[in-house]
Design a protein around this ligand. Structure first.
Ligand SMILES: [Zn+2]
Length: 254
């Protein structure tokens, strides 16, 4: 039985470096990532990138468009990336795991029509909070689509065989989750935004935005422990790690 992980690059964001490492000067350009896990029982997508309509109208991201410059064309939408990589059609995806519900992680949910969506219940609840919606921290129109949504609490084994397991890593947001994948070549952990960059982990250096810094620090420690036990970590937005990721299909543009 073979289980593999492949990365999709669904555009790039440029924003203040302090948003990724508190106190860091200047700006940083980071990839928007999505991952496909091929498991004999089905195809799993981890995060869905940016909403397709942002390719035509970046201002549609509301306040997020003030914080980030988007480098995102129609070809960067997750369905187009899957097809270009000759992996599958987005309609073939059977499970969509959202690490969390910020715009660069669930924007493409509408493009994955047949998937069961797995989200932590705490995240789903926060993402409907009136104040957080009013500030564009969350946009329910991106994820509250009438799809089959499975709300989970804590660790969740997607296929019941221990090979694809959602693990709570809160702090960045209330219900953030990462995903452990036991591939044929060893264990991989898709960190999502529990850890943006290798430097954040090595220096235990948080971004200037955090829903709960203490929880986020505890999640960083948990990820560090998984790495120490032999897992390979794929960070949420690390431009330095990007070129070494197992890209789906041909190497995408950087
Ligand atoms: Zn993100």
């Amino acid at each position: 039985m073979s289980v593999t992980v492949s990365a999709l690059t669904c555009g790039w964001l440029t924003g203040a470096a302090s948003g990724f490492l508190d106190g860091e000067p200047g700006v940083i350009r980071v990839p928007v990532l999505s991952f496909v896990v091929e498991h004999p029982a089905g195809l799993v997508l981890f995060d869905s990138g940016l909403a397709a309509e942002l390719a035509e109208d970046p201002a549609g991201a509301g306040r997020m468009a003030d914080l980030f410059d988007l480098d995102f064309g129609p070809q960067d939408a997750v369905d187009r990336r899957l097809t270009a990589a000759e992996m599958c059609e987005a309609a073939d995806i059977s499970v969509l795991v959202n690490s969390h519900l910020h715009f660069d992680h669930c924007g493409g949910n509408a493009l994955v029509p047949n998937a069961r969506v797995i989200v932590q219940e705490a995240e789903w609840r926060a993402a409907h909070h009136e104040r957080l919606v009013a500030t564009d921290t969350y946009s329910p129109r991106l994820f509250d689509l009438g799809q089959d949504v499975q709300l989970v609490n804590g660790e969740h084994d997607v296929f019941g065989d221990g090979r694809v397991v959602c693990i709570p890593t809160p702090g960045h947001t209330p219900g953030h989750q990462s995903m452990r994948v036991r591939t044929d070549d060893g264990e991989v952990v898709l960190c999502g935004d529990a850890c943006y960059l290798r430097r954040a982990l090595d220096e235990l250096h948080l971004p200037d935005f955090s829903w709960d810094p203490e929880q986020q620090l505890a999640s960083l420690h948990a990820l560090a422990a998984l790495e120490a036990a032999g897992a390979q970590l794929f960070f949420g937005h690390d431009p330095a790690q990007w070129s070494s990721l197992p890209h789906a299909g041909r190497r995408p543009r950087g």
